[in-house]
Write a protein of this length. Structure first.
Length: 804
């Protein structure tokens, strides 16, 4: 490996915290070419490595690393921190020797941490360590007083302990012991004072574990019990002694220590039941939570609740229904409808409760909506919107609910409901920036551009650089300018364009302003000015597919010829994009137009660009980009583009069920068997990808079902192969004498083999014949139509020799 490569690898290792690798590379570099900068970096690497080892509790490894640093990087072994590490690994004699050498130096360093560690170790080991120190050493001077202090405290002689604590000097190595002892003496009589004293002891102090355990005794059982398991045995025993726990509570502590780090709900329930008399309210709540987490709302869940009621007393009806509702969210065997019913039963009982709180009902309603949305992966539906609207009537002080509800109303184009909700929101949050931004969106959606501008200016008065407000205000001016084209009030159009240009400098809105102005220029100034503005708009947009879409779309809005605009702007029709980003940049632009104006004319513009977009499917998109693009072609109702992109994705990720589902949905005419296959692939995709893709899969199925209905029912009525009427009569007359297999073969292209065999299984041959006769009675005769096979047909349904 070359020196530059090793240098780069060492730098990368340092950045990623791989200090051992960095040290090895830097040592090799120094050996090959010594440089001051490399020496400095080696010292830094060793220091960081030692810090990481100490933080991980690897003190022995830290000592070894320090000794290696002394050999390689000039670290001193006569350093206070090295002495602290020696004490941590039990090398007391070496630590004391270096401590004394440092104290005897001409300019001794800061030895407070090392002397405090020696003091704590002396109290633990007794006189033997003190004998190796000079009599006038601070650690030795206050050792007798500190030892007597601990003895007095353990004997319960509080007055003597307090006197001894006050004898310890402020600068003594035992200072933190003094603070801790005085605080522990105040635990019962002055808990706030004790808490303040214990809080002054830093985590780096050797007396911190004592202070931490003492501080834990100030907690009430609901806070203390969950934390006991994380403490050492010595800390737990100290807490027992300070609180004076009887035998039962000591047994609780031991049982709690024996629990695993993440106990199962059954273990938690058994623990709470065993010690329920020690903290009845807290342990009853913990046991109920365990039942909710570990039970189900089925019979087994009822038995679990019955077990809870037997041990802790019966729950009232509201609390019982609440527990069942919460358990329903965790039960994998329940359908979303069952979960919804469990929550509805709970909220009805809560609503009728004499002690009802409007806030509680509102919170539960919001919880129902959020939980069901997460469970199904679906967006907000009308039922959820009703729940949220009701919750705002009970508790109108919840901004996130307003935003969720308003976003839903805008998506489904329910502007009247959006305005009513917004009115309530602004009444409670008239100056909230997010609420005003939502007000702008509602106003723009309703073509109330002046009102939108008013809301935007209100935001900008207090937040002049709010980018979203400026963008929405610019959008409002441009939308209002479009309105003036119909009235041919060119001076008003130019005024709106001028205002729009003041509120943003992004290329797309400025290009739209140029396009709008070109319409006015053609009417007032002539073709030369129009062409200049068209060319400027194209330059702003970069001449890409995005530019083609914008010019074609805006031309359709203004009643202009799109092809003529492209030619005059100097934009050539591209055969395909050059890079994935060019296609991905088109998506938010089209989405914005769809949000403003619906599917048409954006849908028609996409169709015009279909050849270029189809060819672009071969670009090197990521998997996430393909998912995004496939979902987008579903939104714009373009099965051809969906098929092109899904096919490419399936070739790159052949086992991905989501792409298989997209490809299955893209066929020109969805027959029954193709629809069955699509549903199977969607179900597999939902299992494979998890809940995050449920929404995408449901959107795909909804879209496919609409296409299925359009094609199948149009095929039955308009393109029916059973023509002319005499042939319908012949088929109807033949059904009673045909076998089940013959009937299934005949009608499979129309209804699918799976559906026909299901009817046969349920009603037998007689039921199948009756169903098919009824079906033929509903088909109108269409003498002029021919046969159009479905996508999964191998041949036309009606063949000349079918009844020979």
């Amino acid at each position: 490996m070359s020196l530059p490569q090793r240098e780069a690898r060492a730098s990368e290792s340092l950045e990623r915290g791989r200090y051992s690798e960095a040290i090895a590379d830097l040592k090799a570099l120094l050996k090959a070419d010594p440089q001051p900068d490399r020496e400095r970096r080696l010292k830094s690497a060793y220091a960081s490595h030692i810090d990481a080892l100490v933080e991980a509790g690897k003190n022995r490894e830290a000592v070894s690393a320090w000794e290696a640093a002394a050999r390689d990087a000039g670290f001193s072994l006569d350093h206070p921190r090295y002495g602290v590490l020696l004490l941590a690994v039990g090398r007391n004699a070496e630590a004391i020797s270096r401590y004394l050498r440092l104290r005897a130096g001409e300019a001794p360093p800061d030895l407070r941490e090392l002397s405090a560690r020696l003091a704590a170790r002396a109290l633990a080991e007794g006189q033997r360590l003190i004998a190796s120190l000079p009599p006038d050493d601070p650690v030795a001077v206050d050792f007798p007083t500190a030892s007597e202090l601990l003895e007095a405290y353990c004997e319960g002689d509080d007055d003597r302990a307090r006197r001894l604590a006050k004898k310890i000097a402020f600068r003594s190595p035992y200072r933190d012991l003094r603070v801790c002892a005085l605080a522990m003496l105040d635990l019962e009589t002055a808990p706030d004072k004790a808490r303040d004293g214990l809080g002054r002891i830093d985590e780096s102090s050797p007396f911190y574990p004592l202070a931490h355990a003492a501080g834990m005794t100030l907690l009430e059982p609901p806070e203390l019990l969950p934390r006991l398991g994380a403490l050492s045995l010595e800390e737990q025993q100290l807490i027992e002694q300070i609180r004076g726990w009887p035998t039962a509570q000591r047994a609780l502590r031991k049982k709690l220590s024996a629990l695993p780090e993440e106990p199962s709900p059954v273990m938690v329930f058994q623990f709470c039941a065993s010690f329920r008399d020690l903290a009845p309210e807290y342990l009853a709540t913990a046991a109920l939570n365990a039942v909710i987490q570990g039970g189900t709302s089925s019979r087994r869940g009822a038995l679990t609740l019955a077990r809870y009621n037997k041990r802790f007393g019966p729950l009232d009806r509201v609390e019982g229904l609440r527990a069942i509702a919460l358990m329903s969210l965790r039960d994998p065997h329940l359908l979303p409808g069952d979960v919804d019913r469990a929550w509805c039963e709970y909220i009805w009982e809560l609503f009728d409760s004499p002690n009802r709180s409007d806030l509680a009902v509102a919170v539960v309603q919001r919880h129902i909506v959020d939980s069901l949305n997460k469970l199904t992966g679906s967006p907000l539906n009308e039922n959820g919107a009703d729940n949220l609207r009701c919750s705002l009537n009970l508790d109108p002080w919840d901004p996130p609910t307003y935003f969720k509800l308003l976003t839903h109303y805008l998506e489904v184009n329910q502007l009247k409901s959006a305005r009513e909700t917004l009115k309530l929101g602004l009444a409670h949050y008239p100056d909230d920036i997010e609420m005003l931004l939502m007000a702008i969106r509602v106003a723009v959606a309703g073509k109330a551009f002046k009102k939108a501008a008013g809301y935007a200016k209100k935001i900008l008065a207090v937040d002049p650089i709010n980018r979203e407000a400026r963008r929405l205000l610019q959008q409002a001016h441009l939308s209002h300018a479009r309105k003036q084209i119909k009235t041919k009030k060119w001076h008003l159009l130019r005024n709106e364009i001028e205002q729009a240009r003041l509120w943003g400098d992004e290329d797309h809105p400025l290009a739209v302003a140029d396009l709008l102005e070109s319409v006015a220029a053609e009417a007032e100034s002539g073709k030369a000015e129009r062409d200049r503005l068209l060319r400027r708009a194209a330059q702003r947009l970069g001449g890409s597919i995005r530019a083609q879409f914008t010019l074609l779309y805006e031309a359709s809005l203004y009643g202009q010829n799109g092809s003529s605009w492209l030619a005059r702007a100097g934009v050539k029709r591209q055969k395909g994009a050059e890079a994935p980003d060019e296609i991905l940049a088109l998506l938010p632009l089209v989405a914005q137009y769809l949000d403003e104006d619906g599917v048409s004319p954006a849908h028609e513009t996409i169709e015009w660009l279909e050849p270029a977009l189809t060819k672009s499917a071969r670009l090197d998109f990521s998997r996430k980009a393909f998912e995004q693009l496939c979902g987008f072609w579903v939104r714009v109702d373009n099965p051809h583009l969906l098929g092109a992109y899904a096919k490419q994705a399936c070739q790159r990720w052949p086992d991905n069920p989501l792409f298989e589902a997209y490809l299955a949905a893209s066929v020109d005419r969805l027959g029954p068997d193709a629809m069955d296959r699509l549903e199977e692939r969607c179900a597999r995709a939902a299992r494979f990808e998890g809940g995050a893709f449920m929404n995408r899969v449901e959107e795909l199925l909804d879209w496919a079902e609409k296409r299925y209905e359009e094609h199948v029912f149009s095929g039955i009525s308009e393109d029916s192969p059973f023509t002319p009427p005499s042939e319908l009569d012949m088929i109807r007359a033949s059904i009673p004498s045909m076998s089940a297999n013959a009937l299934i073969t005949m009608f499979t292209p129309m209804l699918g083999e799976k559906a026909l065999r299901s009817i046969l299984a349920q009603g037998g041959i007689a039921g199948l014949r009756a169903f098919l006769v009824d079906l033929l009675d509903e088909i109108p005769a269409n003498p002029g139509a021919g046969s159009k096979p479905f996508a999964d047909d191998s041949e036309a349904f009606f063949t000349p020799d079918l009844f020979e």
